[in-house]
Design a binder for this molecule. Sequence first.
Ligand code: BES
Ligand code: ZN
Ligand code: ZN
Length: 483
Amino acid sequence: MEILCHSAPLHEIKAEASLIFVINKEFSHEWIADSELFGSVGFEGKEGQTLFIPQSKTLYYALDSLTPDSIRESSAKALRALKKYPFSSFKVGIYTQESLECLEAMTAGFLLGDYNFETYKSQKSESKLTQILISLQTHLGRQIDSKSFETILARQSAIARAVNLARELVNTPPEDATPQKIAQAAQKVAQEHQLECRIEDEKFLEKEQMGAFLAVSRASIHRPRLIHLTHQSPKPKLKVALVGKGLTYDSGGLSLKPADFMVTMKADKGGGCAVIAILQAAKELGLELELHGIVGATENMIGGNAYKPDDVLRAKNGKTIEIRNTDAEGRLVLADCLVYAQELKPDYIIDLATLTGACVVGLGEYTSGVLGHSQELKHRFIECATQSGELTADLPFNRHLKKLIESKVADVCNVSSTRYGGSITAGLFLSEFIEESYKEKWLHLDIAGPAYVEKEWDVNPHGASGAGVRMVLQFLEQLTKES
Ligand code: BES
Ligand code: ZN
Ligand code: ZN
């Protein structure tokens, strides 16, 4: 989709169709030419309501308020509605006094709303729409300069390309997105964006004594990969390591998932795919960072050589882990990858993972959990997430929950002894693999809810949403500004 700006007022711009937002039922606005028709066709201006008038080739889209969140979501949904008509272009104006904020939200909505997953459809939905023209004269008569427009568009385009890359990788079915294929995808991103890329196989995992990662990988015919991408800015202000859970399929292993719970587990690589996408965008945005992206890519399968409940594993840092449920596999892969990440001596470590069903139960499908030992760091992250348009909630650790992962036979147990507080006990398990000096510099993001949703929501189509990409990028930008 090409987005262009125009300094002329909206009515002077030539396009095949128009998009007009109807805000808070104000039908008398000068941009609304068809308001006398609204009553007869039952258009009340209720949030989310749309009306297409063929004579004026105008789509009216109603929203209640002009917050960035609602502009972003409405732009995505209006774009999807317009793609159903045979137009190749439409024009739109800018709303609100915070015009740049509106422009940012609108471009984000258009670019993110444009994605759908059709790779495996013989019949692709055919939309002619290729061009959006934005008038830089706001509805209050203010003029936005085209330079600001270009800056905003370039940033939003890089972010949207990354989100859409993560979505595409996550949506790809497990036989076409094996650990090896995900590694190839990472290599391709690295080549196209001049990132460093190391792909390590089992021999490396053995050498590094990553006994937890290896055990999870054992029963799959698709062999594991550790992916390590690096973005090196010429003048890095700080060093950050991202770690992603890249389970290309999670059957549960011998603690096999029930049939209904296994469907969609191709999305268990959501954290890993987000990490690859974030590295791409970090380069495109020229973030002044040394940024490492580490992905533990593997499958959790069953077989004669599968790891079992009752096994005791030894992780890279020497800690032993009693296995009581092989479906709590993500934390095992992350444990070894987190130890690896700390050896790089970064200033901050952030892991992203579709880690627990409990997180989805607690927060709902649209919100990611933010966990860590530093209240201040979590708070800073959550602020950035909100700005980026992603939903998050703080899930607090406490000493009572920590007791629930104690083991009688090993240093720690891979599951809690109760079924309550599962996302927090999973986070506390990861914390066992974070050195004392890193405790306050580590964040764990549980994206199990929003990573993959089987219905349209916000700017997302059915399926993968690219959860994590926008919020982490916003946070990384903020970190470089602070230091
Ligand atoms: N990948 C799942 C978590 C998950 C569930 C992600 C639903 C997305 C949607 C994870 O590996 C898992 O199976 N966790 C178990 C942990 C339990 C055995 C302690 C869970 O959440 O049930
Ligand atoms: Zn699992
Ligand atoms: Zn999993």
